[in-house]
Design a protein around this ligand. Structure first.
Ligand SMILES: Nc1ncnc2c1ncn2[C@@H]1O[C@H](COP(=O)(O)OP(=O)(O)OP(=O)(O)O)[C@@H](O)[C@H]1O
Ligand SMILES: [Mg+2]
Length: 322
């Protein structure tokens, strides 16, 4: 594997919650370490509340970390990322209006980004560059789309525009937080293909955040599974999907909807239950209360990552014992 462009080391982010008498620390992300290589799509998967967006927001500089370090393109990230870092690692949101200004024409926003982030593009060339960006994400003819307002585009087109906007600053890594979750299934695949195209044709890396395993499987080279703020398993997509080792990953796979099933087939299916809110956590594995393989030590100490292959790891005492 080539030198990673992103190295996240023991990253934690806590939030203070509760009132005067019952104050607590919510551990949204706890001691998370992972890397992203150039031209790689890494999926961050987990249930609602597992800390996926918190990781993306800390990386984007929207929240400072409580502790831990982030090295991006061989530089340690400071508390406030510079414009250049924000341009090299932009974010695409679930709601496109998180990154698109609704009152500006598409062309206006794109040209402005090019002006801010791309001194190498001469003023006379910006228009052509903006058209090229739109066409790269499948918004054709670019010359016409430039004239539109974001609300004149469909949901899928707006998400494509979110990627074009991110591309305008010539990123090496795009943080994509549930970029297709609000779209119809039939439209999703087009956007997942846009993401693959950015990786394959432009060498851009993506951190693809999703709770949808099927889309992660379709698009990602590697998968990181989060549970209650911690990484429980990590590996090449075929390793994690083909041979899930952590009991939580297995549970997640067993409850992932099979697209061939009818809705009525879900009746009686396992309910995952709510993932816990991690407030003032004690020691031990956070999955222990729901784990079918739980042992005494799981409740008293946190399992370390066990290497299953050079690329596959899981944090579980039961895996260790095998
Ligand atoms: N600004 C905040 N203040 C307090 N708690 C927060 C804040 N942001 C996130 N949290 C809490 O941190 C935990 C992780 O939230 P996060 O949004 O990262 O989860 P997620 O995996 O992105 O979930 P979803 O799939 O629903 O988007 C949750 O318990 C959430 O309530
Ligand atoms: Mg989220």
């Amino acid at each position: 594997m080539s030198e990673p462009i992103l190295k996240v080391q023991s990253l934690s982010r806590q939030f203070r919650v509760g009132g005067f008498r019952s104050r607590g620390q919510l551990h949204a992300t706890d001691e998370v370490s992972f890397e992203v290589a150039p031209g790689e799509i890494v999926a961050l998967v987990g249930e609602s509340g597992s800390g996926k967006s918190t990781i993306a927001r800390v990386l984007a500089g929207l929240y400072p970390p409580t502790s831990g370090s982030i090295v991006f393109e061989n530089k340690v990230l400071g508390r406030k990322p510079t414009r250049s870092v924000r341009g090299r690692m932009p974010m695409v949101f679930q709601d496109p209006f998180g990154s698109i200004n609704p009152v500006l024409r598409v062309g206006h926003s794109l040209l402005r980004s090019l002006k801010l982030h791309r001194p190498d593009v001469a003023k006379s060339e910006r228009f052509a560059e903006a058209v090229a960006l739109l066409e790269k994400v499948g918004l054709t003819p670019g010359v016409e789309v430039l004239e539109r307002y974001p609300h004149e585009l469909s949901g899928g087109q707006r998400q494509r525009l979110g990627f074009a906007q991110a591309l305008a600053s010539r990123p090496s890594l795009i943080l994509a937080d549930e970029p297709v979750s609000m779209l119809d299934v039939s439209i999703r695949i087009g956007l997942l293909n846009v993401m693959k195209g950015l990786r394959d044709n432009d060498g851009v890396s993506l951190l693809y955040i999703t709770h949808d395993l099927a889309s992660a499987r379709y698009v990602a080279d590697r998968m990181i599974v989060l549970y209650a703020g911690r990484i429980v398993e990590e590996g090449l997509t075929e390793e994690v999907i083909g041979s899930p080792q952590h009991p939580y990953t297995r549970l997640l796979m067993s409850t992932a909807p099979d697209p061939r099933l009818k809705l009525t087939d879900y009746e009686g299916a396992d309910d995952l239950g709510e993932p816990p809110k991690v407030i003032n956590p004690g020691p031990g594995c956070r999955f222990a209360p729901r784990c079918p393989l739980v042992m005494a030590q799981c409740r008293t100490s946190t399992p370390a990552m066990v290497e299953l292959s050079p690329t596959h790891r899981a944090a579980c005492y039961a895996v260790e014992k095998k």
